[in-house]
Design a protein around this ligand. Structure first.
Ligand SMILES: Cc1ncc(COP(=O)(O)O)c(C=O)c1O
Length: 383
């Protein structure tokens, strides 16, 4: 395994606008701090793996099963989080959201899906797409530390919900749940015979001071849970389209294998190649990334203390997405005010926590200089 350190290379604004068209498809003069992509160049080792493939003209369908990708993920997981599924349990899917949908569609009972909020905005409504009710398990947006309310989970499962959509580490809570917390979740879920789909896309992005505990590493979870994982968030390759579904229960694997091919949008071989390169050879780059994000997290805290002392930032244990409670400044739609007056695009908290006001999610995976300008502009807009 290559563990040589490779530096994080900041993208200029022009490069970011060119390479990250969704995040940076904002009007000229606006700074983008919303979509969960990083203003950093892709690890050259990952990029080269894809460039080689295209140069060789490899543009055909991907293989139906990808044992090499499964081995690469399992080895990465063993090295980084001290637990690994057996490679047979790992199945490619096109992206994490599709993997979550597929798992619920095929493996869950018809009862509702519990979705802790604030929750990843693109997954609001996912339960409905699978024909199930969505039950929000609300954490007050302004709470200093976000925790899963086990009594509320218990009530929702007692009331007929049959699946918990867990996000571990959590976007936008910034939490990496502890083993004890996950054991608490397991106990409630098992009591009701419910299922868990654990979205672990942010697992590589746990920052110093916290650790990632895969839900499937908790004893007694394999018969009721799957995880959906990917290298794409940590390695900035979301557009290459490949995630992995981890299904430790052989009976559940068989049910998935029995589905018609039309149920799963096939992944891209470019994404599978990038994921393998990241898992096999990305450790040195990832170590630099974690160092940088740790520095950015500290810088953000300092900038807020200086320019926006009334903003409360939840401690960020993982991800590069900070949840900011700016309600003290009195703007209901703080994101709209940031855009209009500050020319900064942050994510509106209400899209994660319906009905909330004064909350935003800020992406700090950028250069120190750009982050400084972002916070200075937010201060001009809000104060
Ligand atoms: C928790 C979570 N799940 C899933 C996704 C999206 O993943 P994908 O593009 O693979 O569906 C994101 C993107 O930021 C996310 O934060």
């Amino acid at each position: 395994m290559a563990t040589d350190r490779r530096p994080i290379v900041d993208l200029s604004e022009a490069e970011a606008r060119h390479r990250l068209p969704l995040k940076w498809g904002v009007p000229e003069g606006v700074l983008a701090a919303w979509v969960a992509e990083m203003d950093y160049a892709v690890d050259p080792v990952v990029l080269e793996s894809v460039q080689r493939m295209v140069a060789d003209g490899i543009t055909g369908y991907p293989v139906m099963e990808d044992p090499q990708l499964a081995e690469s993920y399992a080895a990465w997981s063993a090295r980084h989080v001290g637990w690994a599924p057996e490679p047979e349990a790992v199945q490619p899917v096109v992206d994490v959201t599709a993997g979550v949908r597929l798992a619920i569609d095929v493996l869950s009972g018809p009862g509702g899906v519990v979705f802790p909020t604030p929750g990843y905005n693109a997954q609001h409504g996912l339960a409905g797409v699978t024909g199930r009710a969505e039950h929000l398990l609300e954490v007050p947006p302004s709470a200093d530390r976000a925790e899963i309310d086990l009594d509320a989970l218990d009530r929702l499962l007692a009331g007929g919900a049959q699946t918990l959509l867990l996000t571990q580490p959590h976007n936008p809570w910034g939490r990496a749940f502890t083993r004890a917390e996950l054991e608490g979740v397991r106990d409630v879920v098992v009591r009701h015979g419910a299922r868990v789909v654990s979205d672990e896309i942010h697992a590589p992005l746990v920052l110093p001071g916290a650790e990632h505990v895969p839900y499937l590493s908790v004893e007694g979870t394999h018969d009721h849970a799957v995880a959906v994982v990917a290298a794409s968030k940590a390695f900035n390759t979301a557009g290459l389209r490949c995630a992995q579904l981890v299904v430790p229960d052989p009976a559940a694997r068989q049910r998935l294998a029995d589905q018609p091919m039309s149920r799963n949008d096939s992944w891209s071989p470019l994404g599978a190649t990038a994921a393998r390169a990241a898992y096999d050879h990305g450790d040195g780059w990832l170590a630099s990334l974690i160092e940088r994000l740790d520095e950015q997290r500290t810088l953000l805290g300092e900038l807020l203390a200086t320019h926006l002392p009334e903003v409360r930032m939840r401690p960020v244990e993982a991800t590069y997405l900070a949840w900011l409670d700016a309600s003290a400044y009195g703007h209901d739609d703080a994101a709209a005010v940031a855009l209009e007056r500050g020319r900064v695009m942050v994510s509106d908290g209400a899209s994660y926590a319906p009905g909330s006001t004064g909350q935003v999610r800020l992406n700090f995976a950028t250069s120190p200089e750009r982050l400084t300008e972002i916070v200075e502009r937010l201060a001009k807009a809000w104060v």
